[in-house]
Write a protein that binds this ligand. Structure first.
Ligand code: IPE
Ligand code: IPE
Ligand code: MG
Length: 239
């Protein structure tokens, strides 16, 4: 395949999201603890973000921890929190020099998130806020329905009237991101699990069978090719 030609294709998505699913199953298949799947999965997040960056994609959203994931055993949520902290340290070193902006979607006032995670996230957002080339949106302690309620409550507090899409969207975590073109959920599960119900109304969804730790560059390129072959009609008639 001619990668340069592929990269120049005007149908290249501008904003893609990964619902990174299947870490636990990947580990189980190999007789490893679930934590091993999360570790390889976290390393793969960085790898696939780099692939997306090299392809010229502008925004990447990563669904890494849902509000509902607190239902898991404490040992697992503790380990995931530790991984998020490590990820943020790595991203600071790797991505800041490349003009990358990092934002977070999710409730960071929630004290179930360790203080270190909350502080590091805040600092990363602050230190990269002037950057613009590429945006990584880390969805941690995120719920799509919770996000919509947050927006509604903020609008009520601000005594806003005649709310339209544009006014509403200013109160979403994704306010400064491009429209979400493509959602890739690994592991074969075909549901949203509370991921961006507002933003995905006209997104394309692709469900590769592979578990997230095994999802590589070729799989991403394959998914993008499928996306490029779709006819996005947005309600119109497009032959
Ligand atoms: C995705 O993998 C990571 C998170 C949801 C945090 P899972 O942990 O959901 O893995 P499976 O679905 O149990 O295999
Ligand atoms: C969705 O995966 C959430 C994330 C990837 C962060 P889950 O593994 O939590 O979803 P369900 O429970 O299978 O719907
Ligand atoms: Mg899962």
């Amino acid at each position: 395949m001619n990668l340069e030609k592929f990269k120049a294709d005007p149908r290249m998505p501008k904003h893609i999201a990964f619902i990174i699913d299947g870490n636990g199953r990947w580990a189980k298949k190999r007789g490893l603890p679930r934590s091993a799947g999360h570790k390889v999965g976290a390393d793969n997040v960085k790898k696939q973000i780099e692939v997306a960056y090299d392809l010229g994609i502008k925004n990447v959203s990563i669904y890494a921890f849902s509000c509902e994931n607190w239902k898991r055993p404490k040992k697992e949520t503790d380990y995931l929190m530790q991984l998020f902290e490590e990820m943020m340290d790595e991203y600071r070193e790797e991505f800041i020099k490349r003009d990358v902006r990092i934002i977070f979607s999710g409730d960071f006032n929630d004290t179930r998130l360790p203080e270190n995670v909350r502080n590091k996230a805040k600092k990363l957002v602050e230190d990269t806020k002037e950057k613009s080339e590429f945006i990584i949106n880390l969805c941690i302690n995120y719920g799509g329905r919770q996000e919509i309620l947050k927006a509604v409550n903020e609008l009520i507090d601000a005594k806003e009237k005649n709310i339209d899409f544009s006014k509403f969207e200013k109160h979403l975590y994704t306010a400064e991101l491009l429209p979400l073109d493509l959602v890739i959920r690994t592991s074969g599960e075909q549901r949203s699990s509370n991921f961006m119900p507002w933003q995905t109304t006209y997104s394309e969804w692709i469900y590769p069978k592979k578990n997230w730790p095994a999802f590589g560059k070729r799989d991403l390129i394959k998914a993008i090719k499928i996306y490029m072959g779709r006819n996005r009609r947005f309600g119109e008639i497009k032959e």
